[in-house]
Design a protein around this ligand. Sequence first.
Ligand code: CP
Ligand code: NVA
Length: 309
Amino acid sequence: AVDLKGRDFLGLSDFSTEEIQYLLDLAIDLKKKQKAGEAFQPLKGKTLGMIFEKSSTRTRVSFEVGMYQLGGHALFLSSNDLQLGRGETISDTAQVMSRYLDGIMIRTHAHRKVIDLARGATIPVINGLTDRSHPCQALADYQTILEHKGHLRGLKVAYIGDGNNMVHSLMMGAAKLGIDFAVASPQGYEPNAGIVASTMDVANQNGCKLYVGTDPKEAAANADVIYTDVWASMGFETEQKERELAFKNYQVNEALASYAHKDYLFMHCLPAHRGEEVSEGVIDGSNSIIFDQAENRLHAQKAIMAATM
Ligand code: CP
Ligand code: NVA
């Protein structure tokens, strides 16, 4: 049986296929309970600290609400107000917080910081987004695809756009779950080569395909899902103008979507820039499931917290 008590949630690469499937099943179960008004409060008396060094709408609200629904309490900790912002070490912060809290969620720039926090802490640490990955979003996204398609293995997901944190977590999740995955990014904006290589290993072992290239049409061909994300992620805002040029042929619009299966799903982690990475017609059209994804952040993260804390 799967037992995730005490585990950190830093990236999907740390979890087996069976463990990811367990979290997806738990997320779907907790969603049912919540909709039925059935209380499930295994975290009574427990507290989650939430450290934010970047902005957030979904992550902040869904973790805070999720912790409340599980019977616990969540603390919003802005790094500007923590001593961390004045140079207190990650290691001291981790040890102090471990004396008060039962879990820590952190959103920050450098992935290293999250690793160091997890190393110094004696309580589970959850990655709420770094420049390298966004595993909570990817878990919620595979829950959403599963709910819409009824299965995952054998599907094809196409990711069009920036080779960023989002695609790193999505492609690792796909490889673990037996989903074919195709990426199309402009030259110079490819996903991290090391992450591509380790994802390729997992995909090969698991009998599914990973394609990484520059052609959006080839990626979108016969896709069951088309996913995109902003061209300039948090921390890269000053590159907005040059990125608009580099990505101008990478918009997900009706013309590109016509290469996918008719019943394809459009997905975006949000926030979105209509008219840049996606046309209004596609993101607000009938194939779009963006708000189901956003909702499932709540249920997927409740599963992570209930399983690890
Ligand atoms: N998708 C996501 O993580 O959104 P926030 O930045 O609003 O948390
Ligand atoms: N890639 C985006 C995702 C936001 C949820 C960013 O890092 O800004």
